[in-house]
Design a protein around this ligand. Structure first.
Ligand code: GLA
Length: 388
């Protein structure tokens, strides 16, 4: 049914298309480990069932034509693979960026195609709609051009697209989660070494709720890059005394009193304190999961939000409101913002039996305080980007 639907729409935009193939790329949530991927930290994300679909038909030239149902106002966007790929400032840059980075490394990409795209991930909601799109096209381009690239290569090209082409200095978490996930597992990823383990996502009789504030992030790139720069500054100051440190996440919470002596700027110190304490919480969360102590997992999740709010300052009224409402409900073990922050989504770990009551209470409280609705749904884990 889904494919029929995609086919129908593909043919409306690109009439007379034959041999249509279909792909799906998920979004992601992150259980814990926020804003530490670009500091060499451990993160704990998993792919989700919401994501981005593409229906593709080959062309007999080297033009790529893209149409996204989510950005109808942009119409069909076409570019030739023979020309230099230029940044446009709209969604298509995520696709161009991946191809451009692959071409920079000498990969021969010549196959033109038409793509109809449809995503059920809310954009700008911290569920990684951009990485979903990057991996979707990394996968499509690899397959159509028979490129000898591993799944991990696709992850790296997608991150490079974001860093070099789009200009967001993001870490690798989102692309890794989307390009490497397995259903029913979360990935414990060490962003310093890219070593990873799949951990079964077993939460007993609890589920993860995704709570979308419906507040879209705007201008987040500059604030995100500002946080990266503050961390780099903190690291540099620490290195003037402790030369052997290469990433902030190598440090322990017990090092903080010494660190405070070398970082005079109070803001930079708080950023560093978030990073180091968050790294500690990821380790403790993983240990708690291994002994099935989900209550404890919830506690670290609550602490993560507090640190992101007070030390890292990447929350905001909507996220703080939704998280506080969730935390006040019976049956909620923990709640926190996810992703870059400022707006978008939070998650909550909730007893299955309490989902209905929690949803009702959070929705009503949010509407009363913020003046518009939030959306709440149960997160389902998913596999990596694939042909469907
Ligand atoms: C965004 C970035 C990720 C990561 C998160 C915060 O989603 O793309 O690399 O830094 O923010 O943890």
């Amino acid at each position: 049914m889904l494919k029929e639907n995609l086919k129908y729409h593909h043919c409306l935009v690109f009439p007379d298309s034959k041999d249509i193939t279909y792909y799906f790329s998920p979004g992601r949530i992150n259980i814990i480990g926020e804003h530490i991927d670009y500091n060499g930290g451990l993160v704990f994300p998993c792919a989700i069932s919401l994501g981005t679909y593409a229906a593709i038909s080959l062309r007999d030239d080297d033009t790529i034509s893209l149409y996204s149902e989510n950005f109808k106002e942009n119409g069909v966007i076409s570019f030739s693979l023979s020309n230099e790929l230029l940044k446009t400032g709209i969604w298509v840059d995520y696709v161009k960026g991946v191809i451009s980075e692959m071409k920079t490394d000498g990969h021969r990409i010549t196959k033109g195609f038409n793509a109809y795209i449809f995503g059920n991930l809310p954009n700008g909601a911290s569920l990684s709609s951009s990485a979903s799109l990057e991996l979707l096209f990394a996968e499509i381009v690899r397959e159509l051009n028979n490129l000898e690239l591993s799944d991990l290569d696709l992850v790296k090209y997608s991150q490079r697209a974001e860093n070099n082409f789009v200009g967001l200095h993001c870490g690798i978490m989102d692309q890794f989660a989307i390009g490497m996930s397995k259903k029913n597992y979360a990935i414990l990823l060490d962003c310093a070494t890219l070593k990873y383990d799949y951990a079964p996502l077993e939460l007993g009789d609890n589920v993860i709720l995704i709570m979308n504030t419906n507040k879209r992030r705007d201008l987040v790139t500059s604030k995100y890059n500002e946080r990266c720069a503050e961390c780099a500054e903190g690291l540099q100051l620490i290195r003037s005394n402790y030369k052997e440190v290469t990433h902030l996440c190598e440090l322990e919470v017990s090092d903080l009193p010494e660190i405070e002596k070398v970082i005079a700027d109070e803001v930079v110190y708080r950023r560093v304190r978030h990073v180091i304490s968050e790294m500690g919480r990821v380790k403790k969360t993983f240990e708690a999961l291994q002994i099935n102590n989900i209550e404890l997992v919830g506690k670290y999740i609550n602490e993560s939000h507090k640190s992101l709010k007070e030390d890292y300052e990447v929350t905001g009224l909507e996220l703080d409101t939704i998280v506080k409402l969730a935390q006040s409900c019976e049956g909620v073990l923990g709640a926190r913002m996810i992703g870059a922050g400022f707006a978008g989504c939070a998650i909550a770990i909730v007893k299955s039996s309490a989902v209905e009551a929690v949803t009702k209470k959070v929705k009503a409280g949010y509407l009363e305080k913020i003046g518009y609705d939030c959306n709440i749904y149960i997160a389902e884990s998913n596999n990596r980007t694939t042909k469907i």
